[in-house]
Design a protein around this ligand. Structure first.
Ligand code: ADE
Length: 248
């Protein structure tokens, strides 16, 4: 996976991405990352300036189209491909695990990070393939969202996580939340680890975990149940939970 980030703050991307698991994946050569400074593509006559006042008036500045376009064109020529371009914006589709999974299959990804009041619409029309938001709030720029996305996508790239399983069986498997986890000691401040986990009976452990996932999702993120992959047994268990709730 090769990430290319078009940004006015390349040092923010570099310092944020070279640590921990992602840093290790970069060292291993599973992932590469380049942060391209859009300012390097400012027009000669503009002397490093990449923003200007909005036509029609209003607050703030708008990033001009040409430096962004030139940075993207140079990138395409360098790699000999025209990869997907993700523009980070609160106006995009909300980022979810399913998109992380899909994007992990791409060879190259470009993240376009805006600042100020945004980027001139014409260059967005020209190069952007995906508009993505990381949530319904407004940030000062696209760098943090780009890093959030790269982190989530990277862990879906084979070999990045040590244990292939951990990518598969965590939160949002089947669009359900993960079951609770326990480690030693068996009793902590009077709280005991659920007995089934100490039983050594794998079938019972699996069933308990599935039920906990369902219960947790119903309590914390009931919206996910609409898109979750549920068996008939799952549905029966949820009905039971709902019936008990009504009784209480
Ligand atoms: N840029 C500013 N706010 C954002 C958000 N919520 N998601 C993605 N990009 C953004």
């Amino acid at each position: 996976m090769n990430y290319h980030v078009l940004t006015l703050f390349p040092e923010m991307i570099e310092s944020g991405m070279n640590t921990s698991i992602i840093g290790r994946a970069i060292e291993k050569g599973l992932i590469s990352l380049e942060a391209v400074n859009i300012r390097d593509y400012a027009e000669e006559k503009r002397k490093g300036r990449v923003d200007d006042y909005p036509y029609g008036g209003g607050a703030g500045m708008v990033m001009q189209p040409e430096p962004v376009y030139a940075a993207y064109q140079a990138l395409c020529e360098r790699i000999g491909k025209r990869p997907r371009v993700i523009y980070l914006t609160p106006q995009g589709q909300v980022f979810r695990q399913s998109l992380a999974q899909e994007l992990a299959g791409e060879e190259n990804l470009v993240f376009l990070c805006g600042h100020y009041e945004g980027i001139d619409e014409r260059v967005l029309e020209e190069i952007v393939t995906d508009y993505v938001s990381v949530g319904d709030y407004v940030l000062t720029g696209g760098e943090l969202p780009a890093m959030v996305m790269m982190d989530a996508i990277s862990r879906m790239v084979p070999g990045v996580l040590n244990n292939e399983e951990s990518a598969q069986f965590e939160s949002f498997q089947d669009n359900l939340l993960e079951y609770p986890q326990y480690s030693r000691p068996e009793e902590w401040r009077g709280k005991k680890v659920p007995a089934v986990l100490l039983s050594g009976h794998h079938g019972n452990v699996d069933q308990w975990r599935r039920e906990q996932s369902l219960k947790r999702t119903l309590e914390r993120r009931p919206d996910l149940l609409e898109i979750a992959e549920l068996s008939n047994k799952d549905r029966k268990y949820l009905e039971l939970l709902l019936a008990n709730e009504e009784e209480a």
